[in-house]
Design a protein around this ligand. Structure first.
Ligand SMILES: C[S@@+](CC[C@H](N)C(=O)[O-])C[C@H]1O[C@@H](n2cnc3c(N)ncnc32)[C@H](O)[C@@H]1O
Length: 341
């Protein structure tokens, strides 16, 4: 039996970060889930930490990971690295390591130990750039394992084919896709702007087979993959379009009950396009993702939306908002669901 902290799913990312930060996460034990809560294994029964003391700790049967060592243990115990950031993302069978200068000096040994301790990882790469350019691509460099940047990601009962370096994909938005899939009314028309390889469109379409979804993406490579992904998941109610949303919005004028805008760097620059495509009567709902400073959080974006509403002689109605994930120590990604009424 193990102690688990019981956290509502919406707060899972924040709680996990706080547990890591305060060294309270119990390594080697699998996290558990039910419909509403995530259960993180913890080393104590109660916490004084501000972010964690509101959560209950429960005792449950636990399962151990088959891996022998955590990434942090490899870095600290085996490689004696002090300047570590125990951070990597997995995308399907590929792990992307973030390397500090000290980690780079021990790259060969680290590569070997990582693959040995993570049998589900087939390819190991290192992050070579931040996401950049209009296609939001991330450069990666091959380190070891199977020599491919193509992989398949399983999420919410769907499968996505992707190729790292040529298109954007983030597993960290899976909760948001699930949230929206449960929130939209089946039978509605949905515009997924900045759709990438189709994860938002496909997860929503699968749960809502009577919706009609326009999935709009500018990057030809991502668009090609999105088409394959529709076929692979046997989805019939999504139309994938390779276009600039600023132009395509005119073609779906006043048609959408929902618009989803997952381009957190600049999505607010496309508000005019969302306004063009959204239904005015009854008013449709727009979901917008944005990177914002932690210090001001929702304030500036809400002011910007209010100003936009005023220009259209409307009012802003915020329906839901939350912090999605930390982007860096000063920047957080937020989401706001809203209407112009
Ligand atoms: C942050 S990614 C999100 C992709 C996808 N929704 C996901 O969650 O994996 C943003 C995507 O918007 C696309 N994009 C950027 N500007 C665009 C535009 N003006 N019209 C259509 N797509 C655009 C990029 O190519 C990129 O694939």
């Amino acid at each position: 039996m193990t102690n688990f902290i019981k956290v509502p799913k919406l707060e899972a990312d924040k709680a996990r970060n706080a547990l890591m930060e305060h060294n309270l996460y119990l390594k080697g034990i699998k996290t558990q889930n039910d419909k509403e809560f995530v259960y993180f294994p913890v080393i104590k029964k109660g916490f004084k930490t501000k972010e964690l003391k509101k959560y209950k700790v429960v005792t449950k049967k636990s399962k151990e990971y088959s891996t022998t060592k955590s990434f942090r243990d490899i870095l600290v115990d085996d490689l004696h690295i002090k300047d570590y950031i125990a951070s990597y993302d997995t995308v399907g069978g590929i792990a992307i390591l973030k390397m500090t200068p000290e980690m780079k000096k021990k790259e060969k040994e680290l590569t070997h130990l990582f693959l040995q301790n993570n049998p589900t990882i087939k390819t190991l790469v290192k992050k070579a750039s931040e996401h950049h350019g209009k296609y939001r691509l991330e450069d990666v460099k091959y380190l070891a394992g199977k020599k491919t940047l193509k992989t398949q990601v399983k999420e919410s009962g769907c499968i996505f084919n992707i190729e790292l370096g040529k298109m954007f994909f983030s597993p960290r938005l899976s909760f948001e896709r699930e949230r929206l899939a449960q929130k939209v009314k089946d039978g509605s028309t949905i515009g997924v702007f900045f759709a990438g390889v189709g994860p938002f469109s496909i997860v929503i379409a699968k749960k809502n087979p009577n919706c009609k979804i326009y999935s709009i993406e500018l990057n030809r490579e991502a668009h090609k993959c999105a088409k394959e992904n529709l076929a692979q998941n046997k989805i019939k109610n999504v139309r994938v379009v390779c276009a600039d949303v600023a132009k395509y919005a005119q073609k779906i004028k006043d048609l959408c009950d929902y618009i989803i805008m997952p381009l957190p760097k600049t999505s607010d620059l496309f508000l005019e396009s969302a306004y063009t495509a959204i239904k005015k009567k009854p008013e449709g709902q727009i979901t917008l993702y944005k990177f914002v400073p932690k210090a001001s959080l929702y304030k500036d974006l809400i002011n910007e939306l209010k100003l936009f509403a005023k220009k259209k002689k409307k009012k802003l109605k915020v329906i839901f908002k939350r912090e999605v994930r930390d982007y860096n120590p000063k920047i957080v990604q937020i989401v706001i669901d809203f209407k112009f009424v």
